[in-house]
Design a protein. Sequence first.
Lengths: 290, 527
Amino acid sequence: MNRALAIAALLLTCAVGSIFAQRGGTVNPFQGNAGAVHDGEGLYSQHCTGCHGPDGSAGEIGPAIVSGERTDFGAADAQVFNTIKNGVPGTPMSPQKLSDEEIWKITAYIHALRGTAIDNPLPGEVAHGEQIFWGKGQCGNCHMLGGKGGLTAPDLNNIAGTRKASTIVDALTKEQHREYASGGAHLKSLPPMGSYLPVHVTTADGKVINGILLNQDGYSLQVIGNDQRLRSFDRAKLRRVDIEPKSLMPTDYDKRLTSGEFKDLLAFLTRQGTKPPSPASGGPLRGDDQ
Amino acid sequence: MICKNDPATEFGDKLTHIAAALRMITGLLLSGSVIAAMAQRPDPKDWPAYSGTDNGQRYSPLKQITTANANRLQAKWVYHVDGASGMEQTPVVMNGTMYISQFNRVDAIDARTGNIIWKYERPPASASPQRGTVVYNDKVYMVTSDSHLVTLDARNGGVRWEVKSEGGYVFSGAAPIIARGKVIVSGNRPDGFVQAFDAETGKYAWSWIAVPKSGEPGAETWGGAKPEGGPMWMSGSYDPESNLLYYGTGQPNPQWTGFERLGDNLYTECIVAINADTGKLAWYFQNTPHDTHDWDSTETLVLVDAIFKGQARKLLLQANRNGFYYVLDRTNGEFLLGTPFVSKVDWADGLDSKGRPIVIPGHDPSVRGTTTCPSTAGATNWPAPTYSPDTKYFYVTVAEGCGINFITSSTAPNAGTGYIETSNAPWQAYVRALDATTGKKVWEYKPVRSNHYGPGLLSTAGGIVFTPEQFGQVTALDAKSGKPLWHFNTGDLITASPITYSVDGEQFFAIASGTNVFAFGLQGVSP
């Protein structure tokens, strides 16, 4: 029965898919369809990995087509579809001899690769994960969520809207981790410091202020104190500044929690955020008439 | 380190204490009188809202920088906002942190050094300028290009809540303001409106719409046409004592042809007073009945308590785009005075005893072109004016000059249009000091080359009028004489209004210029 239903659903999806493709529609008929994403992964490995890398983060020939930053979404699904179908003239990217359905499946896979955790949240008991967050995991001692918690680590309100599930897992388990595909890039703007290193500031009169370093240059420090107060220090007026080399973020959560607890924590974290509006739903807008 | 050693106990205890203290403070804040006092007079070191205070004066009691030492001003830092263009925003400052906004983006920086602390971005990425944010009770309130009101935690940029504008109305880029625990936001489309939301929870409270529906009071002033327009794209002012919000409304639609909307077209081109609790109209005053020149009455409304003709009065001051300087009684909207503040106003032969323009016919836009002074760009526009309680002068950026308005058809409603500068009267900007209660010009400063309105003004207890210019200069003027004391070239067009604040006893001026925010302070005060 279930099997029959599944086949019926698949047939229907395929039919809808081909209608859209025939019309040159702009909506991916397989968007969010886990089976199609799986099929797309297989097709991607066959046809795309050679140039664009196994995870879309660039290969020897082709550029990166997946970025860690949500706001970097360059192409909508329809553009990805057209690029695969028609190629990019003057480049090694040739038109791919695949059916429209296959191309939409690859597109669905690329979309999933580009999506953040909120698009592909991990399974588990979310309510239990929330208990772990505030309880055994002690995450809220430093992190803020929904206006509760500490200020000495990043606010996690939209963590699943800005990070991939894999990046969240890495942050909890790997001492050396980085935001997906964001390292080594030529920066286009000044980023916040983001390393949250512990700092001990000794003022001229010998008073020690402990906190987390939010930013620094050769002349000043921006510190959130352990008293949760933000301070700006003039280095010339300080006796001593000690910055610890490593953040206080534990990276052994897979060990300090049971596997069930860890799974549930991830289920909770990968649901903290909002899906951004699609690129088509709003663009730059001038707000008034002068 | 508390997170490392025993996070569960020590840190938890501290948090409990902090939470208790916060609850106590919040409790205090929630009593109306404290809120009123806080809102009207924030700590002078801070600049929490568009005009600094609720009264629209853009005046600061800070006086470290004075007429005597202004020649020692120097640039302290510059913060570049990548991807921005022609920033129009007033940065806001609270407890040493500055918040710089564009649509869908806020950068929080150390106001002493310019170093970034956090950055919030919300898709879709937008480079469009808007006019700023407001910070209140540890929250920053911003509007987005898809008409949401987003509330960020001022300390770390985390989203606390976001709500969409109510009823399909679309927020403009005006900076939100706070009135008695509500966030007040306005916009233009489909018609001018103001909406209020609970500042803590985001719960929608009320709307006020600038044009009446059929059968409502004011609908009879449209000659049978459907009332449309009245855009509200500037921040209002607020008097906590009377709990009244003051806003200006824009032009009626169709914008350039009036023959199908015969009548005064209420409540377009008005100054309106709205009860902040209920959203009900308390009174209105119409500057330009039946406007056909797009002279939006949205210019900043400045609330001043002063002696007017020997009597202590609660005044509302506005230099209007139509060329007249207005003094009203803000408790009831009574017209007290109106006088031109530019040399040529040719569309009206003054104002009558009620403040209604005595219109000189023949100035409606025409197919051949009709000259009118001032131009549609206006005798002034959105650049902020400032009022100094020390000099009792009203300082305003003005544009002298006339314009020629065209329409493409004299019979089609909503005909296309254009307006140009008249060749025989080239536009020239000035900064003018007016005696606030008589409107008489005391002095003027000519920003050479500036032919258009652009940047706004700021006055301080140090006797300074901080004066950015359209073509990038910033100048400190002596508030009494208009004499320039110091200047600096920021290297880009300025279309924003300045602020002042202090951190650890050091006073700064700040202004957005092009894609950068500049901060200035005294040499030798701090490295």
